[in-house]
Design a protein around this ligand. Structure first.
Ligand SMILES: Cc1cc2nc3c(=O)[nH]c(=O)nc-3n(C[C@H](O)[C@H](O)[C@H](O)COP(=O)(O)O)c2cc1C
Length: 183
């Protein structure tokens, strides 16, 4: 799959076949996703993969602030990646000082790039994904026993797209989102 097709054809998938994704294939996807760029190449993104039905159920019941839309997606999902990042590194110019007025925002920026890279890698390998930002990161951290130095950035539901699923998100006109800065 070429890069343009990969970018344009990736859609959020919220309905999945009743089939788990092989763990080896998920490892291949993370092997690709790890090539995402990051602040000073700190590579702070971490992927905790969940394919255990009971834990996915717990994530649905306790990890998405009761948001029914996400609960429904999780309840038919066969896999969930908990995307987290190691705190207190990205954005820093040395051990203690942040390099810009954006402070530690660069860590969530890194996590965002890692997130999209994971989704694109999964798509290229035939695996559908949906990023979830409406989450309760503290509950998720507890459920998956996340290391203390990490924060949850997002859930990424993954699996094989159901045959009857129709993805429909449109995009703005390019003229609306770009400009050239002229003198
Ligand atoms: C940061 C972020 C948070 C999101 N949170 C959710 C979410 O909680 N639940 C959901 O179903 N989709 C969520 N999405 C998916 C968006 O709704 C989706 O990307 C957008 O509508 C465009 O559709 P597409 O991904 O199919 O192109 C999120 C996407 C991003 C980037």
């Amino acid at each position: 799959m070429d890069a343009i097709t990969m970018i344009k054809e990736r859609r959020s998938i919220r309905k999945f076949k009743n089939e788990k994704v092989d763990r080896e294939l998920m490892k291949e996807i993370v092997d690709i996703a790890k090539w995402a760029p990051s602040w000073v190449n700190f590579q702070i993104a971490r992927y905790t993969l969940v394919d255990n039905e009971e834990i996915i159920g717990q994530l649905a019941n306790e990890g998405v602030n009761g948001f029914v839309y996400n609960i429904d997606t999780l309840k038919n999902a066969k896999g969930v990646a908990v995307l987290s990042f190691v705190k207190g590194k990205s954005g820093k110019i040395d051990e203690t000082n942040y390099a810009t007025s954006l402070g530690n925002s660069w860590e969530i920026f890194d996590a965002g790039i890692a997130c999209q890279t994971f989704c694109l890698a999964a798509h290229a390998k035939g695996v559908g994904t949906c990023i979830m930002g409406v989450i309760d990161e503290k509950s998720i951290a507890r459920i998956v026993n996340l290391p203390e130095e990490e924060t949850v950035a997002a859930l990424i539901v993954y699996g094989y797209e159901a045959d009857d699923y129709v993805a429909s998100a449109q995009r703005k006109e390019t003229e609306e989102i770009m400009r050239f800065a002229d003198k």
